[in-house]
Design a protein around this ligand. Structure first.
Ligand code: GAR
Length: 205
């Protein structure tokens, strides 16, 4: 069997998507191993979760970094040092510089809690409710320099229900995220999800 892809997960907070990826990667036949979890915030809850599961963690505090370029330079060095082959953003609330994204072209994946290209940014659920749409969901995509953009690998649809608040909607979408992200990573690594307009996949997670 071929070797597993060494994946680093970048987080900023809770890390529930990270935990879903770690759980999936425990399976013998899963094509990735989670080799490292990096947080830009020392207090991120997800760091403890990763440590409890025996995953190596690192903190790169963006407040200490000086500049965006310096932060991304240190991140790049760390990832190269750890022989990381693919990066999964999981609630990583920081825009990466175009230089960093280009040097990891096609090797950074993100999950976003909406059906992109709708509702980019940090307040996806508020935007969803304000727009009055009846179906939302989550998207796993290849990262390009512009925020929440790039070829879509997989999406899951989730209903917006009457009376939903940002919290109730976020919780329902999060459940779909936890199913979609491990599946999308698996599909990508096994050549079954292609980052092109012609072959985007829609998964009902
Ligand atoms: C998730 O809902 C993720 O999709 C979202 O932040 C949450 C992180 O939760 N990411 C974005 O909004 C990125 N634009 P988690 O830390 O429990 O995985």
């Amino acid at each position: 069997m071929s070797e597993k892809t060494r994946v680093a997960i970048l987080i900023s907070g809770r890390g529930s998507n990270m935990a879903a990826l770690i759980a999936a990667a425990k399976e013998k036949d899963y094509p990735a191993e989670i080799a490292l979890v990096v947080s830009n915030r020392p207090e991120a809850e997800g760091l403890k979760t990763a440590q409890a599961r025996g995953i190596q963690t690192a903190v790169l505090d963006h407040k200490q970094a000086g500049s965006r370029e310096a932060f991304d330079g240190a991140l790049h060095q760390l990832l190269v040092q750890q022989n990381i082959q693919l990066i999964c953003l999981a609630g990583f609330m920081r825009l990466l510089t175009p230089g960093f994204v280009m040097s990891w072209e096609g090797r950074i994946i993100n999950i976003h809690p909406s059906l992109l290209p709708a509702f980019k940014g940090i307040d996806a659920h508020a935007q969803t409710l304000a727009a009055g749409v009846k179906i939302t969901g989550c998207t796993v995509h290849i990262v390009e320099p512009e925020m929440d953009s790039g070829p879509i690998l997989a999406q899951a649809a989730v209903p917006v229900l009457p009376g939903d608040t940002e919290e109730t909607l976020a919780a329902r979408v999060l459940q779909a995220e936890h199913r979609l992200y491990p599946m999308a990573l698996w599909l990508y690594l096994t050549g079954q999800a292609f980052p092109s307009d012609e072959t985007d996949m829609l998964i009902s997670a």
